[in-house]
Design a protein around this ligand. Structure first.
Ligand SMILES: [Zn+2]
Length: 338
């Protein structure tokens, strides 16, 4: 990844005005923004859920295998001080494993990170829990089987644009992560982590970024699996910054993608472990990757234009899991309607 340009560094902070007035047509386009968010504009339920389940016990066999493996490998991160200052170059993240809930989560939140890491010769592996097959307001046109098939192809194309060649699908039904047998899924993720032996794992924070229950559940799974088999691995949670929220604010009412109370987070830059400002070359690839997921992106880009999408998603920010408070959490949870 090349050094961030001054232009890209300053562009993000510019508030993006909405076209006025906000019309019914605009609101309809809003419903196309993200798959899992579409349903929010049709039937919306807000329920505050606190994570109360205890962390899973360490599976001893996997833990020993992981320890042996890592003892015999030279970590690419060994010379890089962390977390004394935020990492701004994805090349410094070593082997990266991303764990996400739905197709397009990985592109929005880590597309630039993945592209830059691959360009630097790093291994990048992506895990996607569901195919996002319920991500439509028009299930007659897009029944789950069809949408799931299409989104799988879209995701393949999107990852290819980023240079990511290793991908795992967990095959979980969209919107049902919280009702899955937790230990079985954590075991599966632990097996992937053990096999990949990543230096860095990226996923959602406990807030789920938008408050989506699938996101929050994936965060809990990944955290438990990492703790079990790779406790020394750098675990990063995607977050939103004060800068992002200020840029998003003019669109907040019309683009209601942050689904739960208390979100988006306004994480101070001083708390970031990784803060990537994508240069134009990497950003181009991220936009290609987003465009590849056309069932989710075509309506949005048609509604607001590509330039706005580029500005909103030209930075990628993560906090260290170690620094995340375990105290009271002021956010809620959004669930897909039954
Ligand atoms: Zn998602």
């Amino acid at each position: 990844m090349t050094a961030p340009s001054a232009a890209s560094a300053t562009a993000v902070a510019v508030p993006i005005p909405l076209p006025a007035p906000v019309t019914r047509q605009t609101l309809l386009f809003n419903a196309l923004m993200f798959s899992e968010y579409r349903r929010a504009l049709v039937v919306r339920r807000r329920q505050v859920v606190r994570r109360t389940r205890p962390e899973r016990a360490v599976p001893s066999v996997l833990a020993v295998r992981s320890a042996d493996r890592r003892a015999n490998e030279e970590s690419a991160m060994s010379l890089i001080p962390f977390p004394h200052r935020p990492v701004t170059d994805a090349a410094h993240l070593g082997t990266v494993l991303g764990v996400w809930a739905h197709p397009d989560d990985e592109a929005f939140l880590s597309g630039g990170l993945m592209a830059a890491a691959r360009d630097a010769g790093r291994r990048v592996v992506c895990v996607t829990a569901t195919l996002g097959e319920r991500g439509t307001t028009d299930p007659r046109r897009w029944p789950p089987d069809r949408l799931g098939r299409v989104r799988r192809h879209e995701l393949d194309a999107s990852l290819a644009a980023l240079g990511v060649e290793e991908h795992h699908l967990l095959g979980i039904t969209d919107g049902t992560c919280a009702t899955q047998p937790r230990d079985a899924v954590v075991d599966r993720l632990a097996g992937i982590i053990d096999a990949v032996a990543p230096d860095t794992i990226v996923t959602f924070g406990p807030d789920g970024l938008t408050g989506h229950e699938d996101h929050q559940t994936v965060s809990a799974w990944t955290t438990a699996a990492c703790s079990a088999v790779a406790p020394d691995t750098r675990l990063l949670y995607a977050t939103t910054t004060e800068e992002f929220v200020e840029g998003w604010e003019p669109a907040r009412e019309a683009f209601d993608v942050f689904l739960a109370d208390g979100l988006p987070l306004r994480t101070p830059e001083s708390e970031l472990a990784v803060h990537l400002r994508l240069d134009s070359t990497v950003l181009d690839r991220k936009v290609v990757a987003l465009r590849a997921q056309a069932t989710q992106m075509a309506g949005l880009i048609a509604a607001v234009g590509e330039d706005r999408v580029r500005q909103w998603w030209s930075t990628e920010a993560f906090v260290s899991a170690d620094s995340t408070s375990t105290g009271a959490r002021p956010w809620g949870t959004w669930r897909v309607a039954a």
